[in-house]
Write a protein that binds this ligand. Structure first.
Ligand SMILES: [Zn+2]
Length: 77
């Protein structure tokens, strides 16, 4: 009986280890994605809305905040 239980436990440990490994891999992939997204995201200085690219940001700025001066980073977009 004891042997059978040990086997079960070691199997459980092995699968736990595997799922941990998978989780870690998933995490690092997510972190890379997040880092990539972070680099691409532009946050509106007025309403803090996030824009995926400067062109969208500029359009957003001109439409939503026409009274505000365009941020330096958008002037040559
Ligand atoms: Zn805005």
């Amino acid at each position: 009986m004891a042997r059978g239980q040990q086997k079960l436990q070691s199997q459980a440990k092995a699968s736990e280890k595997n799922s941990k490994l998978k989780k870690q891999q998933g995490h690092s992939a997510n972190d890379q994605k997040k880092a990539a997204q972070k680099a691409l995201v532009h946050v509106c200085t007025v309403c803090k809305a996030q824009m995926p690219d400067p062109k969208t940001y500029k359009q957003h700025y001109e439409n939503k905040h026409p009274k505000n001066d365009l941020p330096e980073e958008l002037k040559d977009v």
